[in-house]
Design a binder for this molecule. Structure first.
Ligand code: AKB
Length: 314
């Protein structure tokens, strides 16, 4: 039986991952850890702890108290917010990861998951079908923390055999929690505005293609990676993971098929430069080969499901 701790449980990924883990491993075996954000009613249905992952003593107390053997460490400051406060991005993204890896090494935990991102790539990276092993010179502090984090994970695995696993998530689209502070957030906000106001002003150019993924695919892929036999894991920095690539205009046109009155206008801001430095599409053949990754949602299927589920919620 597993005892799992999810750090950053109230965030975009945690809001979907915690219920899924509780379904799989039992409600009482998955502890949600929150810091400043108010947890949803769904998260409160199982064990929950409030602590700052930068506080190592608090982290140790929780891990020992619940005999935790697996940690999903999701707490992070995203790209756009990180540019407004790079100091905070470094403190949160790297300080907490170092604590989690130290605790995993010292208490000999079984397995750790930590997310990297397409933000690890930068303007000098090939933008089409970006390879698994390529140039990593990001232009944002968020990206710098992702490259640093990947190297740190690889180091802890090589030096102390900490079984830490990671994927480079593309922009994630979900209906449970609003994303906070990312560059790809438009692809979530557009659904909310389409349903509420039938119009949206996008902060990226209409032709700005980015790699994206619907949350059910991201959760399935994450669990698949975490359940894979250690002998199958050949990448200990972070796996490229791809779903769909589309532009704001392509997404707006897909939404229009369901809401014909919907209109989208475009007013690029500082996030455009971040988007321009990221890949358009990702080569994730290594993940497909090593542990059988396969995405299920294309643009049409994702848009239909997202509109249906979000409508029920709002
Ligand atoms: C962001 O936009 O910052 C994130 C990411 C791609 O990691 N969604």
């Amino acid at each position: 039986m597993k005892n799992i701790l999810v750090i950053g449980a109230t965030g975009q990924i945690g809001s979907d991952l915690v219920p899924e883990l509780r379904k799989k491993y039992g409600n009482n075996n998955v502890v949600a850890m929150a810091h400043k954000s108010q947890p949803s009613e769904e998260l409160m249905k199982g064990p929950i702890e409030f602590a700052d992952a930068n506080d190592k003593e608090a982290l140790l107390r929780i891990v020992k108290g619940y005999s935790i053997d697996t940690i999903y460490h999701l707490a992070s400051i995203l790209s756009a917010k990180g540019e407004q406060n790079p100091e905070l991005a470094w403190h949160v993204n790297i300080g907490t990861l170092k604590n989690v890896l130290d605790v995993a090494r010292d208490l000999k935990l079984e397995r750790i998951f930590w997310p990297s991102s397409i933000a690890a790539f930068g303007p000098t990276t090939p933008r089409d079908k970006t390879p698994q092993r390529t140039i990593l010179e990001p232009g944002t502090m968020y990206g710098v923390t992702k490259v640093t984090g990947e190297l740190l994970c690889n180091y802890y695995f090589k030096k102390w055999n900490v079984d830490v696993r990671s994927v480079r998530y593309p922009g994630l689209i979900s209906y449970k929690a609003p994303p906070g502070g990312g560059t790809t957030d438009y692809a979530v906000a557009i659904f909310h505005e389409a349903l509420k106001n039938k119009r949206y002003e996008c902060y990226l150019r209409e032709d700005s293609v980015l790699p994206m993924m619907y949350m059910p695919d991201a959760i399935r892929g994450t669990l698949q990676l975490m359940e894979a036999d250690p002998s199958k894991i050949t990448v200990r920095t972070s796996y490229n993971l791809a779903g769909i690539s589309f532009s704001p205009k392509e997404l707006a046109n897909e939404i229009k098929k369901h809401i014909p009155e919907f209109t989208c206008t475009y007013k690029p801001d500082f996030r455009q430069a971040i988007a321009d430095s990221w890949p358009k599409s990702i080569d994730d053949s290594q993940a497909r080969k090593d542990w059988g990754w396969k995405h299920e949602y294309d643009l049409a299927k994702m848009t239909k499901d997202m509109l249906e589920k979000l409508k029920e919620r709002i």
